[in-house]
Ligand binder design. Structure first.
Ligand SMILES: [Zn+2]
Length: 414
């Protein structure tokens, strides 16, 4: 049998976000044969997997390999064979899964065959005409026509869109950066202090990771490195990119370091009327850079001119939407036992944070918890907790758009 053999080096599977342990993949390769197309997945330890047929809904079937704690860079593989159009490979670290979405060609049967030692899986793809020749093969089939389409005509046929819902652009804003370090842990943990600017970046990257995997959202970040970006520039950036939502991530600290009572999540939206609450006014000062004399004062001047202009009406409209977004997010987050327990009452509040004064899109600022609280700080720095939070942020965003836009098909993470 004349066959084309293809091996992909595992080099592309760069571990990101600095996590690496447990079972891992050792190779992915495929073979184009005359009677069958084979896709092989090999791992370092025995493989646990399951598969779901989503041909009708999404044009693919899903193969999940479990207990894969390593995070791989996501990839779309195009083997260049009509029996397998493409494979989307996606790490799902929140459930320790690496997911393969196989998009078979029209009229193609497939089956998944584990090796006896379970160290590898072979996925076979047969065109139906090939299957009927050897009728003893029992397998699944895609819904498409029952005849294998010849190469030339199949190649010229445009692919149907996989998802019909429109993509929303999320502007993720990791607070602070550069010389502006934000809040700090009140106690050392593992011999060091943690700064808000570094931690919020970890939350932001995780949220971005999840958004990038989704079929209906995309994301940009106001900063991707440890650099200072002024508050006005963050708003301008969001408007320039025509974001659908602005999501600012912060961590709080009490003016009394080590305070046990200052703890829990708070979610803020803009309200022009401002607030009488002293604690919030303290936080506004912290988040609005007013304690940093070396900053240009233009932010607030600009803000005042915006408010004075005709844009004020637009801002008021966003105020309502932003408040709704905050409540939807809390509704999702409060189902998590941690956040249910550690919340400030009320959770949803308003404040005059400069980054929230955005007339172009609903905007919120979440203070995930208090770094000044010893018990809470241990959670806030943990990778697992950050993934849980990012997943809730993500589901909150999905829920908001589902309620806001009838054309939006939500896509939740379990
Ligand atoms: Zn902050």
């Amino acid at each position: 049998m004349k066959s084309k053999f293809h091996i992909i080096p595992i080099v592309w599977m760069t571990a990101i976000l600095g996590i690496s342990y447990g079972n891992a993949l050792s190779s992915i390769r495929w073979e184009s044969g005359k009677g069958v197309f084979l896709f092989h997945i090999e791992a370092e330890n025995s493989i646990q997997f399951d598969s779901v047929d989503k041909i009708r809904e999404e044009g693919c079937f899903i193969l999940d390999i479990h207990k894969i704690e390593k995070i791989y860079e996501n990839r779309t593989l195009a083997p260049g064979d009509l029996r397998l159009k493409k494979v989307v490979v996606q790490s799902r670290p929140w459930e320790e899964v690496i997911r393969f979405q196989f998009f078979p060609g029209s009229g193609v049967h497939w089956k998944i065959i584990p090796s006896p030692d379970l160290m590898s899986l072979r996925v076979e793809f047969h065109a139906i005409s090939e299957v009927t020749a050897s009728s003893n093969i029992k397998s699944n089939s895609s819904h498409a026509p029952s005849r294998f389409t010849p190469p030339a005509s199949a190649e010229s046929r445009p692919e149907a869109p996989l998802f019909l819902s429109s993509r929303k652009l999320i502007v993720i804003d990791p607070g602070h950066g550069g010389f502006n370090k934000g809040a700090r842990t009140a106690y050392t943990i593992k011999g060091k202090h943690y700064w808000e600017k570094d931690l919020v970046m970890q939350y932001a990257l995780k949220l971005k990771y999840l958004v990038d995997q989704s079929p209906n959202l995309s994301a940009v970040m106001t900063r991707e490195k440890d650099v200072y970006v002024s508050l006005g520039d963050r708003v301008n950036f969001a408007q320039k990119h025509k974001g659908d939502l602005f999501f600012s991530i912060h961590l709080n600290a009490s003016p009394n370091p080590g305070s046990k009572t200052a703890r829990g999540i708070e979610i803020f939206h803009w309200r022009d009327a401002g607030t009488d609450n002293a604690a919030i006014r303290y936080l506004e000062k912290l988040e609005n850079d007013q304690l940093l004399p070396e900053l240009p004062k233009s932010d607030n001047v600009e803000l005042k001119s915006i408010l004075a202009s005709m844009l004020k009406d637009a801002l008021e409209e966003q105020e309502t939407k932003s408040a709704r977004f905050c409540h939807v997010l809390w509704d999702v987050m409060s189902r998590n036992p941690y956040f249910k327990k550690y919340h400030r009452t009320p959770v949803v509040k308003n404040a005059r944070f400069v980054v929230l004064a955005n007339y172009a899109m609903p905007s919120l600022l979440v203070e995930v918890g208090f770094l000044s609280n010893k018990e809470e700080a241990n959670y806030l720095i943990s990778d697992t907790f950050q993934w849980t939070s990012a997943k809730l942020f993500y589901n909150g965003i999905q829920s908001y758009f589902e309620q806001e836009d009838p054309n939006f098909k939500a896509h939740y993470i379990k």
